[in-house]
Design a protein around this ligand. Structure first.
Ligand code: AMP
Ligand code: MG
Length: 521
């Protein structure tokens, strides 16, 4: 190959026990954290998009990105020297129930790349074919869900939300058959492979699986490995390092969900196999962005009945997931007090972040106790008035406390009827907000700056993703590329790109892919 050799150092394979058998035969894998398995080659790997910002961080030069090998490697047809593909073993609680062994059924890690700055990044293909963990499924991914994962991973990064990244989107040139709504209508769809990138893909479920089998030896190895590789600052914490590590996991998870609530993101499938031990947003499936504010909304049709993973309950679900992790880790602790202390850290950090976000989103110097009630009242108005969450907060940025005028919220309404209903409440609330702003230390410029940094203008609204997907399915990638660009600066007003800041159009209200998504991907 014409390019500088990339440096790989596959610690996960070197330091953790692996499966004795290679290849994709479906099986139960005990006593091992991974299985060697190669990506299944595809008919015609074609590069559709890549992230230039991530490529630069990884030290991938333009010659490598432009080479004919790049789509072959990131479509699963070739390997760079040093890559040693594997699928990871893990379990998980799905929708509240222990599901046993799950593992990477359609994800295959290629290796741990050492970037020029010394950072370690695991490169992982999603949709690369069968693994020992595929059970009855095909190990593939469709273009629509791959576009959604590719765009949203990078959008989240630019929003400042912890996340796995996405390097590339490669079309396979093969069809994948999916029954999108599990209603007996399977259809062939174009297939794709995304290369996801993260310092670690370990999940809560990675620890739950050995614990569920009473394999304390493997559990301990995993925790020691995770601390050594992913939390090096804790490696010297001595006998207390397990406690310190669990507390950090709790803190990071608290910070993560607080971000989701700040930007209006609904993960959609917060099973414990989909919660990253690093507190990253991981596994973009039937996620969604809140349009009209509704804490009970979930984009996931598979969860429409119980709505376990609706927007408003994400902090509670994260906490519940941490209790599952604590349970799994308990064999490593003589005393459960540090586990309880970790869970208490979650509550404290989450409450603290919530207050910081209230201050930032309202443009206040600091959050007072009565501001918490003011936020609750505001959110109730958004819900009653069926108002767009993103546009309502951006509207508040233009609000002048010397001349309170509800016109700044005009573009946030979806229905004129609802608007009339809530207008008196809006006016009363704005008076209260105006008084609060007049008593605050920040001047108008500082306030607006603070608000602009906490309230994104451009988010990957479901209908925007859907527009780009439908174009891409016709062979036109310009919509994907345009969204990539816009979402690189989500907090900055971008003249000429008003379309991307628009509220959900009427055609998208009840359309598949916009308001309804399933796990079928
Ligand atoms: P998810 O809902 O994507 O988090 O997946 C839950 C489990 O199902 C994981 O073990 C996945 O690897 C597996 N899985 C999901 N889709 C597929 C697929 N198309 N082929 C094989 N395994 C899959
Ligand atoms: Mg998953």
């Amino acid at each position: 190959m014409s390019t500088e050799p990339l440096r790989f150092d596959n610690r996960f394979l070197r330091e953790l026990p692996g499966d004795e058998e290679d290849g994709p035969r479906v099986r139960e894998v005990r006593g091992a954290a991974w299985s060697s398995v190669l990506p299944t080659p595809v008919a015609n790997p074609t590069l559709l998009a890549y992230s230039p910002t991530l490529a630069a961080q990884l030290g991938l030069g333009q010659d490598l990105l432009d080479s004919a090998d790049f789509p072959r490697v990131f479509g699963g047809n070739a390997l760079y020297a040093g890559m040693q593909p594997w699928a990871a073993n893990y379990g998980g609680h799905q929708f509240g129930h222990w599901a046993g062994q799950l593992g990477d059924g359609r994800a295959i890690s290629l290796g741990e790349l050492l970037a020029p700055d010394g950072a370690r990044w695991e490169l992982q293909l999603k949709g690369a074919g069968r693994t020992p963990y595929s059970r009855g499924a095909d190990g593939r991914a469709v273009l629509r869900s791959s576009i959604r994962e590719f765009l949203c991973s990078e959008a989240m990064y630019h929003l400042g939300v912890p996340t796995t990244r996405a390097l590339s989107l490669v079309a396979t040139g093969e069809a994948v058959v999916r029954d999108m709504f599990y209603d007996g209508h399977p259809e062939p769809e174009p297939g794709a492979v995304v290369c996801r990138v993260a310092p670690s893909f370990l999940r809560f479920g990675s620890f739950e699986l050995p614990a569920s089998r009473g394999d304390v030896d493997l559990l301990r190895k995993l925790v020691d490995f995770c601390i050594a590789r992913d939390f090096p600052a804790l490696a010297d914490a001595g006998a207390d390092r397990y406690s310190a590590w669990f507390a950090q996991v709790c803190e990071r998870t608290a910070v993560l969900v607080a971000h989701w609530m700040r930007v209006g993101f609904v993960h959609g499938v917060m099973n414990t196999d989909n919660l990253s031990i690093l507190g990253l947003t991981i596994d973009y499936g039937p996620y969604g962005w809140v349009d009209d504010y509704d804490p009970d909304w979930t984009p996931n049709t598979t969860d429409a009945q119980g709505r376990r993973y609706r927007f408003g309950t994400q902090p509670q679900v994260a906490y519940w997931n941490l209790t599952r992790l604590a349970q799994a880790l308990s064999p490593l602790f003589d005393d459960v007090a540090p586990l309880h202390a970790g869970l208490a850290r979650f509550q404290a950090v989450h409450a603290q972040r919530e207050r910081e976000d209230i201050a930032a989103k309202f443009g206040l110097a600091a959050c007072r106790d009565d501001d918490v009630a003011m936020m609750a009242a505001w959110l109730q108005i958004l819900q009653d008035g069926e108002m767009d969450m993103t546009l309502a907060f951006r509207g508040l940025m233009r609000f002048d406390p010397q001349a309170p005028d509800p016109a700044v919220l005009e573009d946030a309404f979806y229905s004129m009827e609802r608007r009339s209903e809530v207008l008196p409440a809006v006016q009363a609330w704005l008076q209260q907000y105006a008084a609060r702003l007049r008593s605050d230390a920040l001047d108008a410029a500082a306030r607006q700056q603070r608000m602009a940094a906490a309230n994104p203008l451009y988010v990957l609204r479901n209908w925007l993703a859907q527009e780009a997907i439908e174009q891409a399915e016709q062979g036109d990638l310009s919509g994907v590329h345009a969204l990539q660009e816009v979402l690189r600066h989500p907090y900055d007003r971008q003249p000429g790109r008003e379309h991307y800041a628009g509220k959900r159009p009427e055609w998208a209200r009840d359309k598949a892919g916009c308001s309804m998504l399933s796990c079928s991907s």
